[in-house]
Ligand binder design. Structure first.
Ligand code: ADP
Length: 461
């Protein structure tokens, strides 16, 4: 059966409290009873001793007799306490006997005690027994005393009443503790479960596509606040991903639609005979389709780069050597541009293929946006924490308002659009994603008309 979190926590707390309270009640009950029994045993041993002492002191050596009135008092008092006493003088003649005095009362007291003990404490397994004591005074035997009582010990009616009251009290304390603990448990369970229940509700909202919802992390419990923060972060990420996905889809549609419409219109015109299908026109269409498939390939590369599955094959890479390799790829340029790599050797842990791609993209941009006879160089610098390389050109540059946007997908500055250089605005997005995958950063500086500088930092640790 599936229960709510609050019920589950409340039940657990209630069970734990029930167990603890029962254990405490049982143990304290047991301890109190054992202690009380010890006390009664001691008291009864002392009581017999006291009766013997009291009676010995009432012997008058001059008269060689006893104070009959006092003996009677002691005897009756002992009887009310559950002791039947019989006093004999030194010759063995009866001086005082409780049974002689009140036979019925003696029998009743003994049978009441025996019945009570058999009823409440059958484990004691006692019986009525007589104990004989020799009475002495100044070393001389003056008589003997027989004390008849229930042994090995017995509880009086008052003792039983006391024990019963104790039981009731313990039970009342137990029940009160149980009620308080269960109430406190319910409140606590509510406080613990509320944020979790809220988080579950929010998770459901998020899975239903409502990404705007947020949880206030204010429970004061570290784990629960952490849960709220994680949920909010999840919602943030999903919201971002969702907007990226939407934007990417519309961007892709937009980027593909224009060239495709163009090619379709040209082909249609040729099919319908409006245009003659000259090799030059067909060549134009062919180049346009190549450009479109290039764009699709770029998109694919970007998707791979940005996906979490990007696995870097890291080795120690010398940035200077890599920069020289990158430059060598542009040796047979139709454009007249001075291209060189210079600086220090810098070893960084990186995936050489991916880093080469970063350099190639940056260099190809620099070359693309630098006019004939311009200069492009890649410089490498080594520091304790990182390897840094910068691609600089003295080309057309980038306007200040474009600078923060050039790493966005499909973003092209107005100038580059009007120059029809053929880029789709994906190159720098790929560069950014690859540098981030290395834990590095990229920075762009530029002055329109004077040139641009892209600086990439790859950390060593
Ligand atoms: P593209 O394929 O259009 O070059 P990128 O993502 O590589 O796409 O670059 C985005 C835009 O940034 C370019 O269209 C261009 O406007 C600008 N840009 C990038 N590099 C340079 C550069 N070295 N000089 C001037 N503008 C640049």
């Amino acid at each position: 059966m599936r229960r709510t979190l609050q019920t589950r926590i409340s039940l657990t707390i209630a069970l734990a409290v029930l167990f603890t309270v029962s254990l405490i009640s049982f143990l304290s009950n047991w301890l109190i009873h054992a202690e009380f029994e010890r006390y009664i045993r001691k008291k009864q041993a002392f009581a017999a001793e006291q009766i013997v002492n009291n009676i010995s002191h009432q012997y008058h050596p001059q008269t060689q007799g006893w104070d009959a009135e006092f003996i009677h008092g002691v005897g009756m008092y002992a009887l009310s306490d559950g002791y039947v006493i019989k006093l004999y003088d030194a010759r063995g003649s009866m001086v005082w006997d409780a049974e002689n005095h009140d036979m019925r009362l003696c029998a009743q007291i003994m049978s009441d005690t025996a019945r009570r003990m058999a009823e409440h404490r059958p484990d004691v397994n006692g019986r009525i027994a007589a104990a004989d004591y020799t009475l002495t005074q100044g070393g001389k035997t003056i008589g003997s005393l027989t004390i008849v009582s229930y042994g090995p010990f017995f509880f009086s009616e008052n003792d039983f009443r006391f024990l019963e009251a104790l039981n009731v009290m313990l039970m009342a304390i137990g029940i009160a503790a149980l009620v308080c603990a269960v109430a406190a448990g319910c409140v606590l369970a509510g406080r613990i479960s509320r944020p979790v229940v809220k988080a579950a509700g929010i998770a459901q909202e998020i899975s239903a596509g409502n990404y705007g919802i947020r949880l206030a992390p204010e429970t004061g419990t570290r784990e629960l606040d952490g849960l709220a923060q994680a949920m909010n972060h999840l919602a943030d990420t999903l919201e971002q991903q969702e907007s990226l996905r939407k934007r990417l889809t519309s961007d892709v549609a937009h980027e593909l639609r224009t060239p495709l419409t163009g090619v379709a219109a040209q082909l249609e015109a040729m099919i319908e005979g409006v245009w003659e299908a000259t090799p030059a026109r067909l060549q134009g269409c062919y180049e346009e389709t190549l450009r479109i498939s290039g764009l699709v390939a770029d998109l694919e590369r970007l998707a791979v780069t940005e996906s979490a599955q990007l696995r870097l094959q890291k080795t120690q890479v010398d940035l200077l050597a890599l920069a020289q390799t990158a430059c060598s790829r542009f040796e047979s340029l139709p454009k007249k541009i001075a291209l060189r790599a210079e600086g220090q050797r810098a070893l960084v842990p990186a995936d050489p293929d991916r880093l080469l791609q970063v350099m190639l993209n940056l260099l190809s941009n620099a070359i693309k946006y630098t006019p004939e006879n311009g200069h492009v160089r890649i410089t490498v610098q080594d520091t304790a924490q990182a390897g840094i390389f910068a691609v600089e050109d003295d080309g057309i540059g980038i306007a200040a308002h474009d600078l923060p946007l050039i790493f966005e997908r499909f973003y092209r500055t107005d100038q580059s659009r009007s120059r029809a250089t053929g880029g789709a605005g994906i190159g720098l997005s790929i560069v950014h994603a690859l540098v981030s995958a290395h834990g590095g950063s990229i920075r762009a500086q530029s002055s329109p008309g004077q040139g641009s500088r892209f600086e990439v930092t790859i950390p060593k640790h």
